[in-house]
Design a protein around this ligand. Structure first.
Ligand code: DC
Length: 224
């Protein structure tokens, strides 16, 4: 069924600045912002808390069957069996667990269908890895953000400064997440053929948001 209002998909690898850009774009357009990475992180924390090994496919399948999900739209948080994990979703632990859990087909099926139901009315900027390719291949605008490995590692390192990770550790971790994201069988990270690619390596946040807004104007999604 056709959406009445548009949906903007923002995809790209770890540490590229998707959240900052997607949030700013949603704010400028008066759209809702939905972060699907935070959903994989929350579900990974919930599985871990339930004693489920995030690398065990059968255990994850059973876990999915037992999970009840809701969405707190004020906070933009996935609520799992009544619990809000948003205080911890940004930690390295959540990122590490999510990177493994997100390769599981039952988990992807569960979250993709949940994301489709959240996005069905449009006026949304949704960020992730597979939004333009799998979740909403009919999105009115698809933006793929990219940046060099070094720049992404540096940005992530700054973001994690409270967690005492060395730059070399963060760099190695980003490399490993890129490998998992691009090589997994289920919905690997790749740019949709009709996406606009923005390389953010040499750009500041204001410039990237301006470029994204420009794409939205060209797609006829903004009147100003
Ligand atoms: O964007 P992020 O770092 O918060 O994402 C956490 C993990 O979830 C990352 O390893 C990739 C995965 N992910 C995914 O597979 N599909 C999405 N749409 C979003 C995130």
């Amino acid at each position: 069924m056709k959406r009445r209002r548009p949906l903007i998909a923002i995809d790209g690898p770890s540490g590229v600045g998707k959240s900052t850009v997607a949030m700013a774009l949603a704010d400028k357009l008066g759209f809702r912002y939905i972060n699907t990475g935070a959903m994989y992180r929350a579900l990974a924390l919930a599985a871990d808390e339930a004693g489920v090994d995030v690398a065990d496919n059968d255990a994850l399948k059973r876990f999915c069957a037992s999970v009840k999900m809701g969405f707190d739209s004020t906070k933009g948080a996935l609520i799992i069996n009544g619990k809000d994990f948003s205080a911890d979703v940004k930690t390295q632990k959540a990122g590490r667990l999510a990177s493994v859990l997100s390769a599981n087909p039952s988990i992807r099926e569960l979250l993709v269908s949940f994301q489709r139901s959240l996005g069905k009315d449009g006026s949304i900027v949704m960020e992730g890895r597979d939004i333009g390719t799998v979740v909403f291949p009919d999105a009115e605008l698809k933006i793929f953000l990219d940046a060099s490995h070094e720049v992404r590692a540096e940005r992530r390192h700054l973001e994690l400064k409270g967690e005492r990770e060395t730059r070399a550790d963060v760099s190695a971790e980003i490399k490993e997440r890129d490998r998992r994201d691009t090589e997994r069988k289920e919905s690997p990270l790749k740019m949709a053929e009709d996406a606009v690619r923005i390389d953010t390596s040499e750009l500041g946040i204001i410039d990237v948001v301006e470029k994204a807004l420009d794409c939205a104007r060209k797609a006829g999604l903004v009147d100003k």
